[in-house]
Write a protein that binds this ligand. Structure first.
Ligand SMILES: Nc1nc2c(ncn2[C@@H]2O[C@H](COP(=O)(O)OP(=O)(O)O)[C@@H](O)[C@H]2O)c(=O)[nH]1
Ligand SMILES: [Mg+2]
Length: 457
């Protein structure tokens, strides 16, 4: 962290403004080598922190761009170090020229995520917050964003800290009792500890339970559209995407490959897969498509089974119903604008799943579908006020390991083991929880986490 680093913080595409960010002990000096204000003698080094300065970036007497320069001295900056941000014009070439000049003036190019890594290493944010930064950037739906922002504000850290404090208290108590048996008695202590361990296990389990929802919020609910050919599967996908992504014709067997689209429905993101209609077919390509549809159905979070209500059920529907077993399913009785020959009752008699009447052509039934999905996956309510969602797989693993350690403590209590056995596993749980917020994590892990970031962040 001795180096002064620099990178382009904005997207590399023509835009109004592009930002070159500089951070490190030499940040202000580097900027001063290039900055020229209206008054020639003006130096950023003499300016107060958190001020903005108009001027030009000049390299070897050549004016590169007209800029605004933002000055933020550490520790009150994103990285915790002296930071200068240069707002230049957002042409790809203009931003690159300014960055090059900054590098010539003594900064080195930043690694991906290095600004955030410094914020973490300088103790300005914990590891769970650093991970949230990346999630905020890559959020694909309103709820994914809200959950990441709440983590950025420290919701995960607070939840983890609370559990850790309780564990640490018990570890310390056991240690002092063992050191000073004359004054501190451990009589009846195992029973008391058992109650505490149970409670903390419950807290961890609650966080772990949120991880399933959290993953779906973050990555989207994997939703597979199944049905016979011509049921209106591709029409439904197009309707939800809002444009003609899939080819729609009245020829059965039009969709042969699986088509994936990320869509947002009422703030929830769905990874929606349109598939080949399921039927027995002699066409080789279509057969492969049917197999793929079946494969995807196996690990779907949700299946939308589209039924053409204007034609009777047949043996192909029987085949599809087999695929629905054990999967969350919504039955969509499509083409309800036409004369229908299938009733809701006929379907619910055969499969245990909610049924909605829709028409992909008339665009009806979508609001009901949205409400039903929210109900099925988030009990209708997604709230970030007092709920913490674990969206990160690394954090989830650490929670699982902490839970295992607490189970070992329970075991030792049940077996009547000596107290120092308890503290070993309590300590393990404490450390695993610590790794979530980045306490005592190795350099390799830190590097791995931050290397997934984009440059400039
Ligand atoms: N009347 C009516 N026709 C529909 C509806 N949805 C789809 N279609 C038509 O049904 C045919 C097959 O649609 P498509 O989306 O390709 O079905 P897929 O094979 O299941 O993907 C096309 O001619 C669509 O225009 C609907 O709600 N009402
Ligand atoms: Mg289709």
């Amino acid at each position: 962290m001795e180096d002064t680093i620099a990178a382009i913080a904005t997207a590399m595409a023509p835009s109004g403004i592009g930002i070159v960010r500089i951070s490190g002990p030499e940040a202000v000096a580097v900027a001063d080598r290039l900055y020229r204000g209206k008054k020639k003698e003006k130096k950023l080094a003499d300016m107060k922190s958190h001020t903005i300065h108009y001027g030009w970036i000049v390299e070897q007497e050549q004016v590169l761009d007209e800029v605004l320069v933002m000055l933020m001295r550490g520790p009150h900056s994103y990285t915790g170090e002296d930071t200068v941000e240069i707002d230049c014009h957002g042409g790809v070439l203009a931003v690159k020229r300014v960055l090059e000049a900054v590098l010539h003036a003594g900064a080195r190019i930043a690694d991906p995520g290095e600004f955030t890594k410094r914020a973490f290493l300088n103790g300005r944010i914990d590891l769970s917050q650093a991970e949230a930064v990346m999630d905020v950037i890559s959020a694909k739906s309103e709820y994914a964003l809200q959950s990441s922002v709440s983590q950025l504000q420290g919701s995960v850290r607070r939840a983890v800290k609370e559990i850790r404090e309780k564990l640490l208290y018990e570890i310390a108590f056991i240690e002092s009792a063992l050191d000073d048996p004359e004054h501190i008695s451990l009589d009846g202590y195992p029973e008391k500890l058992e109650g505490i361990v149970q409670e903390e296990k419950r807290q961890i389990e609650k966080l772990l339970k949120s991880a399933d929802d959290g993953k779906m919020l973050q990555e989207g609910i994997k939703t597979v559209i199944l049905g016979k050919p011509n049921a209106g599967k591709s029409s439904l996908l197009n309707l939800l995407v809002g444009e003609e992504k899939a080819i729609v014709t009245d020829i059965a067997g039009t969709t042969r490959d699986v088509l994936e689209e990320q869509i947002s429905l009422g703030g929830i993101s769905l990874r929606m897969l349109d598939t080949a209609g399921i039927r027995s077919t002699a066409d080789k390509v279509e057969q492969i498509g049917v197999e793929r549809a079946k494969e995807h159905a196996k690990n779907a979070d949700l299946i939308l089974y589209v039924v053409d209500a204007s034609v009777p059920l047949d043996e192909n529907d029987g085949q599809i119903m087999e695929l629905l077993k054990g999967r969350k399913t919504i039955l969509l009785l499509n083409k309800s604008d036409l004369e229908t020959v299938i009733s809701k009752e006929e379907l619910t008699a055969r499969i245990d799943a909610p049924v909605l009447n829709i028409s992909a052509r008339e665009e009806t039934g979508l609001a009901e579908l949205e409400a039903l999905i929210k109900e099925m996956f988030f009990q209708g309510e997604i709230s970030f006020n007092d709920e913490v969602y674990i969206t990160n797989m690394r954090q989830k693993r650490a929670l699982e390991e902490a839970l295992e350690s607490l189970k070992l403590v329970e075991n030792s209590i049940a077996l009547g083991m000596p107290e120092d056995f308890f503290s070993i596993d309590l300590m393990n749980a404490y450390e695993r929880l610590g790794s979530i917020i980045g306490e005592a994590v190795g350099e390799d892990l830190v590097n791995e986490i931050f290397s997934k970031f984009c440059t400039g962040k």
